[in-house]
Design a protein around this ligand. Structure first.
Ligand SMILES: [Zn+2]
Length: 335
């Protein structure tokens, strides 16, 4: 299913390092959702519930603003206007600055138009992103209408839950770095496979654990067909290995967003599965991220996972050559 994710990180150059802001510490500020008027109550409740479950699992990194459009273009325009009203009211932007951000307005409108086509085409569409916001002391997210929760195109709600948890994990990652210097933040977050692989693997496995614990619902439309993280991970392995075969000269550590980006998501999720198999399922939350700003990415990696990134790349390459059963065996604890 072509769930494309938006990875905008639209930070203007924020040159000066700054002291810690509210978004760097777990707290009890409730996330705030801003829905377009045509988003149903069911979708609103489901999204808020999924975010609450993620917060319960990983900690509350806020304040959070979550902007969600539906299928109505006019309602999306109204949401964009509301976004600017809020920026101005908080003193984040002037009305003129926000009005000149045509990209955001166009994006929200396009998302609504695309969501409106789902029923006719049967093609699932979901764009979602963590959009930064730390220069204003918060985490911003935006999303098109999640098709599973909206009951469209036979997309399962478990997939929508996974996307939301994936985006929220980006806030968890980013909250462990306080500098506002954009390049320093990028270096501390590490390569794309690590950032996206961690968000994806944690979303897959934590989502499944939350459903098993009764903390997240399963999709009632598919009673005899349980959603399994293991199946989704196997799909990622197949797709990631196919992409790798197409680009034999492209090392995982070099994969960027863009045309080859999917490889970072697919094989990145497996790289994180491998690292968690080696160092424990909570290693990212308990060891890697708390250490990353003080140590830097490479040294924090070594401390948390017990090998250097270079040694990891060599071992992971060998892992990718194993047979499928041996590869899937490392998921045993997580699925
Ligand atoms: Zn992501």
């Amino acid at each position: 299913m072509p769930l494309r994710r938006l990875l905008p990180l639209l930070l203007a150059a924020c040159a000066a390092p700054s002291s810690p802001s509210p978004w760097t510490v777990a707290d009890d500020v409730r996330p705030e959702f801003f829905f377009a008027d045509d988003v149903s109550e069911d979708v609103r409740v489901a999204m808020a519930g999924a975010l609450d479950a993620g917060i319960e699992a990983w900690g509350n990194y806020g304040p959070i603003e979550y902007w969600v459009v539906g299928m109505d273009v006019e309602a999306a325009e109204a949401l964009a206007a509301r976004y600017c009203d809020r920026r101005v009211a908080r003193g984040d932007m002037t009305a003129q600055e926000c009005a000149s951000d045509v990209r955001r307005r166009r994006e929200l409108r396009d998302w609504a138009a695309r969501a409106a086509e789902i029923e006719a085409t049967g093609q699932p569409f979901l764009e979602a992103g963590w959009n930064g916001g730390f220069e204003w002391g918060l985490h911003q997210f935006s999303s098109s209408l999640p098709p599973g929760w909206a009951g469209l195109a036979d997309v399962r709600i478990e997939d929508d839950q996974t996307v939301l948890l994936h985006e929220y994990f980006h806030a968890v990652q980013q909250s462990h770095v306080t500098t506002l210097d954009w390049e320093a933040r990028q270096r501390l977050m590490g390569p794309v496979w690590f950032v996206e692989g961690a968000a994806e693997y944690m979303a897959q496995t934590t989502g499944e654990a939350l459903r098993r614990a009764g903390r997240l619902p399963t999709d009632p439309r598919f009673p005899g067909d349980p959603w399994r993280a293991r199946d989704r991970m196997e799909q990622k392995l197949r797709s990631g290995l196919a992409l790798r075969a197409e680009r034999p000269g492209l090392a995982l550590g070099e994969v960027d967003y863009g045309p080859d980006g999917q490889m970072a998501y697919d094989l990145g999720a497996w790289a994180i599965a491998w690292l968690c198999h080696r160092a424990g399922p909570d290693v990212l939350i308990e060891r890697f991220y708390p250490a990353v700003e003080a140590l830097g990415w490479e040294a924090a990696f070594g401390e948390a996972f017990g090998l250097t990134p270079a040694a990891f790349y060599a071992e992971f390459d060998r892992f990718l050559e194993l047979d499928r059963a041996q590869q899937l065996a490392i998921l045993a604890a997580a699925s």
